[in-house]
Design a protein around this ligand. Sequence first.
Ligand code: PHE
Length: 357
Amino acid sequence: MPDVIEQIDSLLAAARAELAAAAGEPHVEAARVKYLGKSGSLSSLRKGMGAVPPADRPKLGKLVTDAIAQLEALLEQTRTALGQRALQQDLEREKLDVTLPGRTRRRGHRHPVSRALDDIIEIFARLGFHVADGPEIEWDLYNFEKLGLPRDHPARDMQDTFYLETRLPPPPGSPPTRGAQEQLLLRTHTSPVQARTMLGQPPPVRIIAPGKVYRVDSDVTHTPMFHQVECLHVEKGLSMAHLRGTLDAFAKAFFGPEIKTRLRPSYFPFTEPSAEVDVSHALCGGKGCKICKGTGWLEVLGSGMVNPDVLSGVGYDPEQITGYAFGVGIDRLAMLRHGIDDLRLLFENDVRFLEQL
Ligand code: PHE
């Protein structure tokens, strides 16, 4: 008997030591098999009960049962402790500092020029105009000839116009080529869309044509590429009053109801009479400031009644119909709206600048 008691004690002591050193579930399971498994040490003790004198059996049986219960409890404790330790380690590893600033999503927005263009299209859509399109690489025929720009007009000068070389034959009716190739060019204004549209359909015409235009020019108020919107309305019975009304409605819708417009006599070969249009300066309330050079007015577009020669040039009858047209710089409108004083800023796409708008 004392032998067996000692044996049980030493088994328990060994099991305790092993479990104390257990680093994970596999160790715990190995200990369980070793001490409590079918052929485990404590199980063997129970099996060896036959060799014990019958009088001692109940006592010994109880000792073994107690030892098994103790060991089972110990296994359970070890498992719980190991589980807790693992959880602690996980928490440690995945620690979150909720006081750190979050990852912000940077939101972009539309470019001021695109926004101005969207607004312009919407305003004119409400006035019954639809959008027409034309190529940026244009023939002299549509950019100049059909618009009554005489052959020696300074706008045709190499200084203003980007000419392109081409082997393509120019469309019929093109002016004869002098020396260097001067037939294909980057359009210098959106007005060629006037000619293209009228050549392609009978009146009435009521279009706007937004797009990129190009001129050999570069300083604070000029860039080699800029944006224009052309407006053309041809129909029976249109007069200068319709031009004024449309311009005024547009300026008020774009800049605000307090804005005033005024027309100054001007000259364009494709309109007669022609007028330069000023809007009262919204930023200084028309009082006069640096941007409007103290006048309270800003020049924003060129306009006029479509020249009868242009109408007959596209096959319309100027005795029957009249029209008005204007071309406005979109970039210029965006600049005025945001109080930007350098046109180039609009095209450098420096986000530090764009984010301010
Ligand atoms: N095309 C002219 C320009 O670029 C503007 C304009 C358009 C003037 C239509 C009159 C009529 O300056």
